[in-house]
Structure formats: C-alpha cells, structure tokens
Ligand binder design. Structure first.
Ligand code: KIV
Ligand code: ZN
Length: 391
C-alpha cells in the first residue's frame, strides 16, 4: 500500500445492517459481499459473530467465499466475543478481528461504571487476546469523537503496545465538526508513541450530516482508512457513504489520495443494497440518487446540452450511470424540448419549436414531468404538425 492509498473498509453488512427492519439473510449478504469484493473494497466487515447464530453463519460463509479481501468480524472487549469471532473467521484468507471499548467520559461512567485505568487495561487485554488468534487486529475507541484527546492517545498507545494494526477513531454519535475531527487525527498522529506501526481509521456517523466531510478531513490529516457503507446506510442517520468519500477523493486529485475502488460499479451496488434491504435512496442522494445526473431547469438544461461540464462535475459513466437526464417540466426551456423531441424523432425548426413550446408549457403546467409519449402527443396536436411531418 502506498502512502497515498486510502483503504476502504466497508461496514454495510455490520453497521449498515443495523438499520431497523432491514435485516439481510445469509444469501443476500453473500451476494453483497461478492459485489463488494468486485467493487474493490479493502476490508469487508461481515458482521458481529457473537450477536446471533445467523450473524455467525454469515461471517463464516463470507469468510469461505471471499478470496482477495480482508474479512473482518466485530467484537466487544470481551474474551468470548473474540473467541467466537476468531472461530467465525477461521476460513478467511485474510481475517481481521475488530475489537474495542467505549472511551468517552460518558461511556466510561454510564456504560461501564468504570474508570480510565480499567479501560486502558481492558483495551490492552482485548487486543492481546485477539492477537493470539489473528495477526490483523483493529482496535476501536468507541465514542472517540467525544473522548478527550490526551486520554484517547493513551488508549491508542495501549492498543499499539498490544499489537493493534489499525486504530479506529469513531465519531460514534456524529457530533464532531470537520475541523475538530481533523484536529483529533492530527493530534493522534503527532502524539501517540508508536503510531507509525498502525493505520488510523475514520468511522464517522452522520447525525449532523457531516460524516463525509469528517472522514475526508480525517484522511487529509493523516488517517489512511475510511469506514463506510453503501448509500450511507446505518443506525440513526447512518454512516459515511462509501460512494461519496470515494468520489470526493477521485474528483480532487490534488489531495493526492486514492482508493482501490472501481467506481463504475458504484451505481450497480447502490441499487443492489437498496433493493436487498428495501430502503429506497432519496432522489437527490449524492452520486447514486435518481436525480444525481438529472437536469430540469431551463438554464441548466441549455448549459448541459451545449456542454455537460457546465453543470456536472462527475461524468455519469464514471459511477456506472449510462447518461445524464434532461427532464422536461414546466421549468424547462426550448433547448431541452428541442433536444428531447429530436431524441424521439422530430427535428424542429426555430418557428416550429416556438409553436410547439407554447403547447408544451400548457401541458407541463398540468403534469409534473413530460415523458416521451407526451412529447408525441404535444407535437401531434400542435398546429405545426403537418409542416413537421412533411419536412
Ligand atoms: O460507531 C461506532 O463506534 C462503531 C464501533 C462499534 C466501531 O460502530
Ligand atoms: Zn458505527
């Protein structure tokens, strides 16, 4: 891995699957895991094996299926969780155990009724125990976003001492501002002894709509792994959207950070996850929403018809969308009508277009979107129809 490569850790099948009512069965998970490998993710977090026999089986089956990608299982800092995860991962070619504990004052007091020294000890013991099963151990400091940086650095040092290869710094509650999250990563890079032995990982939740911005700020400040889900699905407001962080890095090459993702597969896998889980993506969702490459206002349509780059910063083909859409509504102008009319077989002169456009506006005011069938009807009922067909 080069210094500029950002590893993509996909947690669609673990954190993503925590969306209420969207449980996947093992077969659905296997199909998605195969497509994630095809997409080029570096790590597939396949589940939380101790949580249920179904999750154990999914992690086990995914471990058998996946050949070139790291397969990861989540645990708490609890011996039995780690033992069960190691067992579920036993067939994996590249197994990773992801273990950790809450580190914020609130987690230490309310979840564990404990103290900082005891948390440091548990972090160390959990990583050490996980290391007795696999070489690749990732440690998470849950609620790191609200954890005091000095204590967080001590926790990270403990995890590295015990052999952690990756340090996950989750903004579990989606609270941080991008500048704060970036500063946290920078602080850890500069203050944790032995940090060169581990990769820092961003795991950001989207409660304030900042998950993508925070993850990007994290890698700008030295993290080299992003944990994310397809379509940004996950608990509450979800996780960082994989398609967003990958395209931010691709569209801003001067950041000098890249990923191993085959971006042409982004739209396909977005559809697969949305259909398998029964959660439909909002139309204006960045990168993969139905309207992400659709233009409906006259001014924009005129620009895009002249040159796509006037209003599009991404080539739709780069994310697996076949073409940009010119949507006809009452806000559309003559250029869009002429363009769509041409696509269905009418080459309109300027005069013909003026006449048809008046009919089009009357029609469009009554209907949200004008489709190809409507275009035929509008033209065929307009006074200039005879002129058009005899031209
Ligand atoms: O959000 C979080 O803190 C997590 C950890 C369990 C990694 O998902
Ligand atoms: Zn999470």
């Amino acid at each position: 891995m080069s210094d500029n490569n950002v590893q993509i850790f996909d947690t669609t099948l673990r954190d993503g699957e925590q969306v209420p009512g969207c449980k996947l069965n093992t077969n659905q998970k296997l199909v998605i895991a195969e497509q994630l490998e095809h997409l080029g993710v570096d790590v597939i977090e396949a589940g939380f094996p101790v949580s249920s026999p179904g999750d154990f089986k999914s992690v086990e089956e995914i471990s058998k299926l996946i050949k070139n990608t790291i397969v990861c299982g989540l645990t708490r800092a609890v011996e039995n969780d780690i033992k069960v995860a190691a067992n579920a991962l036993r067939y994996a070619k590249y197994p990773r155990i992801h273990t950790g504990i809450g580190t914020s004052a609130s987690h230490i007091k309310y979840k564990f009724n404990s103290n900082q020294d005891a948390i440091l000890e548990r972090a160390f013991e959990a990583v050490k125990f996980a290391k007795s099963f696999v070489e690749d151990v990732e440690f998470y400091a849950e609620d790191a976003g609200r954890t005091d940086n000095e204590f967080l650095a001590r926790v990270c040092e403990m995890a590295i001492k015990a052999g952690a290869t990756v340090l996950n710094i989750p903004d579990t509650t989606g609270y941080c501002l991008p500048s704060e999250y970036g500063a946290k990563i920078k602080y850890l890079k500069e203050n944790v002894k032995g940090i060169e032995k581990a990769i820092l990982s961003c795991h950001c939740h989207n409660d304030l709509g900042l998950a993508t911005a925070n993850s990007i700020e994290g890698v700008i400040n030295g993290a080299r792994q992003i944990e994310c889900t397809i379509n940004g699905i996950g608990e509450r407001a979800g996780n960082t959207a994989l398609e967003e962080v990958v395209m931010v890095l691709k569209q801003h090459p001067y950041l000098n950070l890249d990923t191993n993702i085959n971006t042409q597969h982004l739209y396909g896998i977005s559809q697969l996850v949305s259909e398998s889980m029964g959660i439909y993506t909002q139309p204006n969702k960045a990168i993969v929403g139905a309207n992400a490459f659709a233009h409906s206002s006259g001014i924009h349509q005129d620009g895009v018809i002249k040159n796509r780059e006037t209003y599009e910063i991404i080539n739709p083909l780069d994310v697996g969308v076949t073409e940009s859409a010119i949507v006809l509504t009452a806000r559309s102008g003559r250029a869009a009508l002429a363009y769509r009319a041409k696509n269905v077989g009418y080459e309109l002169t300027k005069l013909q277009l003026d006449s048809v456009y008046a009919n089009f506006l009357d029609f469009a005011d009554l209907k949200k979107e004008v489709d190809d069938k409507d275009i035929h009807q509008i033209i065929e009922t307009s006074k200039v129809y005879q002129q058009i067909i005899s031209a």
